[in-house]
Design a protein. Structure first.
Length: 189
């Protein structure tokens, strides 16, 4: 479920329809949490879908750490990619703001963090100063430690900011995430 202080906005080219904040969201805010209405589609099932579904899959679903596809039921599907995202998805069923997000600012994540298939390549004109021009699965390895460090930093703020999605997190997910990203951050370099 996406954070309640969000809405869809038409921002024109190149962003199109974007998911934007309606209120400021401080760093450390959980912006999305997995919930029981999200559909989990095994990769084998997705591969059997008619070609007509191809672009829908790439645009609206994402792959989890198990390789399954997850299709969010709500406006989460409209979160755009940025090569300098303000949100990062974690391995614990939630996504977190890694810097302060202003009202009307689009919520973004890096699609390379969503376990793209090897042959997937998304052209990018996100406008970020560090825009890579394209997004592929090969971006994951060189960027992952940067994401880990930003999540660990954001988690250190999480207990002191409003968290309307906190009831959706699994028991212990918070502490497990803190411990995991502390280790991953310290293994950097
Ligand atoms: Zn870009």
């Amino acid at each position: 479920m996406i954070h309640p202080d969000t809405t869809l906005a038409a921002l024109g080219d190149p962003l199109g329809i974007a998911l934007v904040a309606t209120q400021p969201m401080p760093k450390g805010t959980v912006v999305w949490a997995q919930d029981e209405l999200d559909r989990v589609l095994p990769a084998a099932q997705v591969e059997r879908l008619p070609a007509l579904f191809g672009q829908l899959r790439i645009r609206f679903a994402y792959r989890d750490t198990q390789g399954d596809y997850r299709l969010p039921w709500d406006d989460t599907r409209f979160m755009n990619h940025s090569c300098e995202p303000n949100c990062v998805v974690t391995a614990f069923g939630f996504e977190i703001a890694v810097r302060d997000i202003a009202a009307r600012e689009p919520l973004t994540n890096d699609y390379a963090s969503l376990h793209l298939e090897d042959d997937e390549r998304i052209e990018c004109a996100c406008g970020a100063p560090r825009c890579r021009g394209s997004v592929t699965s090969r971006d994951f390895a060189p960027l992952s430690h940067e994401w880990y460090a930003s999540v660990r930093d954001a988690l250190s703020h999480a207990a002191s900011v409003p968290q309307p999605l906190r009831p959706l997190l699994a028991a212990g997910a918070w502490d497990a995430a803190l411990a995991y990203y502390d280790v991953m951050r310290r293994s950097d370099g």
